[in-house]
Write a new protein. Structure first.
Length: 140
């Protein structure tokens, strides 16, 4: 800053700086800046954060482990039944022994125009688990 001021005095001798560097530093140190207080909450203390995080971990880690164990027991078998399987049966091989209860779900992809055929083949007795729950030959 001092070099720039000297350079300006050499080119423009009439231009003088208003304050010297010493006067500027004394003026800056004498000005008191008020502290602004805002309405915000104090930051959360570290010990509280650690306690809450540990508590959440203790609660949710066993839930996650139980869910993972349940998902590992799921057996999923897929078979594409196109036009050849409209009426008839299909055999599937299950890769491991299963315990009861066994749930079977259908997956329909792009079956929008053939919904009427699907409704005709639906076996309500099988869905309600009546006496002929294993019969898949049609309506009972």
């Amino acid at each position: 800053m001092r070099l720039q001021i000297q350079f300006c005095e050499e080119i423009f001798p009439l231009v003088k700086p208003k304050f010297s560097d010493l006067e500027c530093s004394q003026a800056a140190s004498s000005i008191s800046v008020p502290k602004i207080k805002t309405d915000r909450e104090a930051p959360v203390k570290g010990s509280r954060v650690i306690t809450v995080s540990t508590l959440i971990g203790v609660i949710f880690v066993p839930i996650g482990v139980a869910a993972l164990m349940a998902f590992n027991k799921v057996v999923e078998i897929g078979d594409h039944c196109d036009a050849a399987c409209i009426q008839g049966s299909t055999d599937e091989k299950v890769p491991k022994d299963l315990d009861q209860p066994i749930y079977v779900y259908d997956q329909l992809d792009n079956f929008y125009q053939n919904h009427r055929r699907y409704v005709k083949r639906q076996n309500d007795a099988q869905l309600t688990d009546s006496d002929k729950s294993n019969d898949t030959s049609g309506r009972s």
